[in-house]
Design a binder for this molecule. Structure first.
Ligand code: KG4
Length: 340
């Protein structure tokens, strides 16, 4: 009999549900929350309320699109954390209730594990392009900047991570402070395409090992713009493309330096990327280029699987389910990675 898994993701500001049958995706529905746009960042309480409004229609739509009845489901996979506690509570409570009412197992998933396994989302009729184990995943999003060594679907180790801001935060905060819009990543990515990446240089961090830091480069950009604006108030307007291109190049350089170091240290040349920032066109081009130069096998997930989605939670949950893992109904969500 087929294993049909419903995945539920609600860790931040996207409510998502997906259905997979024996590892193949049948549906993946995402409701993005527009309510945060006016605030220039995700407002946790508003996110929880929007999840409450979205969760039933999103799950119903995922089941309808998949052509699956609730009674056909084998198990329910859900994001237990890390993320915003109120948001996680909505998905976790919904998953528990459904599991109880259908009398089927519940399987908890670490959100980060979903991201690192995004390349394993299979689709009927599409070629399979999956990294072999062990591989390195550069996980870059609004909340994470990590290098993860993945030894099997269920074994992963964070070998480098940011000691302060995440790279997505650097994109978002700088864009907000410069009045360019939210979320900052896509805006800066778009403007960077029209600018000169070598025009300006910003301070790069010197952090030992494989860890990252992005707060210094963010401050470096903001102070630079502030000083230039004091002399010429039209500086930002006249130079925003070059500023974005140079800033983005600096972030990509920082990410790649440590990824290259991690590959050399571990001897691993299977490289994937994940998380919202992996949608960045400059980063994708650069990883492809470095990959060719360094004989890496690079795997770039499709854009729709780079940001938060339940398909990756369902696939990670499927592996946990196959390994016999079952989550008790008294499970509570956790906001921090360390508490998982
Ligand atoms: O994985 P994700 O959807 O969830 C969070 O961790 O919140 O990532 C969102 C992040 C935001 O910081 C956003 O600015 C960034 O991904 N992002 C991008 C691009 N598209 C989204 N950053 C750079 N370039 C992009 N094209």
């Amino acid at each position: 009999m087929a294993d049909i898994i419903l995945g539920i993701e609600s860790s931040c500001d996207d409510t998502s549900a997906a259905v997979i049958r024996d590892g193949y995706l049948l549906s993946n529905v995402i409701a993005s929350q527009q309510v945060h746009k006016d605030y220039g960042g995700v407002v946790p309480e508003l996110a929880s309320r929007a999840h409450e409004l979205n969760i039933v229609p999103v799950v119903s739509e995922a089941l309808r699109k998949a052509g699956v009845k609730p009674s056909d489901l084998t198990a329910i996979a859900f994001t237990r954390g890390p993320g915003l506690l109120g948001s996680l509570l909505v998905g976790t409570s919904f998953a528990k209730s459904l599991s109880l009412s259908l009398d089927i197992p519940l399987v908890m998933v670490n959100h980060l594990q979903g991201h690192v396994l995004a390349n394993f989302i299979r689709e009927e009729g599409k070629p399979v392009h999956e990294p072999s184990f062990p591989y390195l995943c550069l996980l870059v999003s609004g909340g994470n900047s990590q290098i993860v060594k993945v030894s099997s679907p269920l074994e992963y180790e964070i070998i480098g991570q940011t000691i302060d801001d995440a790279v997505g935060e650097a994109f978002d905060k700088c864009s907000k402070m410069l009045g360019l819009g939210y979320p900052g990543g896509p805006v800066i990515d778009r403007l960077a395409k029209e600018g000169d990446p070598l025009r300006f240089t910003f301070a790069k961090p010197h952090i030992p090992g494989l860890d990252y830091s992005f707060s210094g480069v963010k401050t470096s950009l903001l102070y630079f713009v502030r000083d230039e604006m004091a002399a010429d108030p039209s500086f930002l307007d006249n130079n925003k493309e070059d500023l974005c291109a140079s800033f983005q190049k600096t972030l990509i350089d920082i990410l790649l330096d440590k990824l290259i170091k991690a590959s050399k240290q571990t001897g691993i040349r299977e490289i994937t990327i994940g998380g919202g920032v992996s949608a960045n066109s400059g980063l994708r081009d650069r990883i492809t280029l470095e990959g060719k130069k360094r004989h890496w096998n690079t795997y770039l997930p499709e854009f729709r699987y780079t940001t938060d989605n339940a398909a990756m939670i369902a696939i990670a949950g499927y592996y946990h389910y196959l390994a016999g893992e079952r989550t008790p109904l008294d499970v509570a969500p956790v906001s921090r990675m360390a508490d998982f």
